[in-house]
Design a protein around this ligand. Structure first.
Ligand SMILES: NC(=O)c1ccc[n+]([C@@H]2O[C@H](COP(=O)([O-])OP(=O)(O)OC[C@H]3O[C@@H](n4cnc5c(N)ncnc54)[C@H](O)[C@@H]3O)[C@@H](O)[C@H]2O)c1
Ligand SMILES: O=C(O)[C@]1(O)C[C@@H](O)[C@@H](O)[C@H](O)C1
Length: 302
């Protein structure tokens, strides 16, 4: 699951990239891309197309993908609620994107429009950096939506022995477990939220892929008293970075990673696809921490 960058850009290439999605006004991805390009002296602009602000539907949003290529964009990130719909607007999909059925990155490669999923690779890179050598015998994942689909594939690629997926919507959890198990041959099962105490008691770690912990969805996705110090905990929510779950898990002595790892990882991988240049993840992580501070975000540090 390695991102293969496009050919190294010709000197003097100017990059125009963007993000299409709803409610993306606070996204840090544009600033992460531009900071990396500035460091390298690459002319690079990264624009937001916020469908909410523009009063556009998700269908109208994905309808902008091909025209962006014709207008000379180098690439696009695609976010909620367009990641699945966007698959219908590309000529070709990377292996991960085809398996998941969702894309967050589009590259205009000559006349062809190619879709990728750097949420998968980005989570995997972030996890490898933040949680080296943790046990992966049994992993519980709460949340089977867009982020959950990417994370489940990434956890299997990282070597999760048994992955248990739970969601408020049991049908969604079951469908994701079946699809990941079918695509990878890994042991992936779904469980009801009521089974979480038993599943967590046998788990090495847990990943939150629900929006619970964001300002609009306060709280924790499960009772933190189910956590022991032996559990590792990853929360993919990154607004705020330090969620109630992160705080509670730290207080219980767990090894904890925030949503920063995935946010940085997807940006590094998309930048490579757009430009052919591999960003230094440590430098992008430093940019991310500075941006979080500069923008006065809550509990900036992981
Ligand atoms: N760090 C990153 O780079 C990154 C990337 C993508 C998404 N995210 C974050 O991940 C979160 C989820 O995003 P998404 O696009 O997958 O959303 P989504 O709406 O597609 O899916 C969320 C899922 O969580 C489930 N859910 C909600 N509350 C629950 C609860 N209490 N218990 C169990 N399941 C519950 C829903 O039923 C749904 O299936 C958001 O906060 C988003 O900002 C972070
Ligand atoms: O940081 C964001 O706003 C993102 O929308 C987060 C996630 O959805 C990624 O897949 C996008 O590339 C960028």
């Amino acid at each position: 699951m390695t991102i293969q960058p496009s050919p190294v850009p010709v000197a003097g290439t100017r990059f125009v990239c963007g993000l299409i999605g709803s409610g993306i006004g606070e996204s840090l991805t544009p600033a992460m891309h531009e900071a990396e390009a500035d460091r390298r002296g690459m002319p690079y602009v990264y624009r937001r197309t916020d469908l909410t602000a523009l009063g556009l539907s998700p269908e109208e949003g994905v309808g902008l993908i091909r025209p962006a290529g014709l207008l000379g964009f180098s690439g696009l990130n695609i976010t909620h609620p367009c990641k699945r719909l966007a698959v219908e607007h590309v000529d070709e999909l990377s292996a991960e994107a085809a398996t998941i059925g969702a894309i967050n990155t589009v590259v205009f490669d000559g006349g062809r429009v190619v879709g990728h999923n750097t949420d998968v690779t980005g989570f995997a890179h972030g996890f490898a950096r933040d949680m080296p050598e943790v046990a992966l015998g049994q992993v519980v994942q709460v949340g089977a939506g867009g982020a959950g689909a990417a994370v489940a594939h990434a956890l299997v690629s990282l070597g999760a022995g048994r992955l248990v997926v739970a969601d408020l919507d049991p049908g969604r959890a079951a469908a994701l477990a079946t699809s990941v198990a079918g695509a990878t041959g890994a042991e992936v099962v779904s469980a009801g939220l009521g089974d979480l105490p038993a599943q967590l008691s046998r788990a090495d770690g847990v990943v939150n892929c629900t929006p619970v912990g964001m300002a609009q969805h306060p709280g924790t996705p499960f009772d933190p008293d189910l956590l022991d110090p032996r559990h590792w905990v990853v929360d993919v929510v990154y607004r705020p970075l330090v969620t109630e779950l992160v705080r509670a898990a730290r207080a219980r002595g767990c090894r904890v990673a925030t949503g920063a790892g995935m946010a940085i990882g997807q940006a590094v991988d998309s930048f490579a696809l757009f430009t052919g240049v591999r960003a230094d993840p440590d430098a992008v992580a430093a940019d991310f921490a500075r941006l979080v501070d500069t923008e006065g975000r809550q509990d900036a540090h992981a």
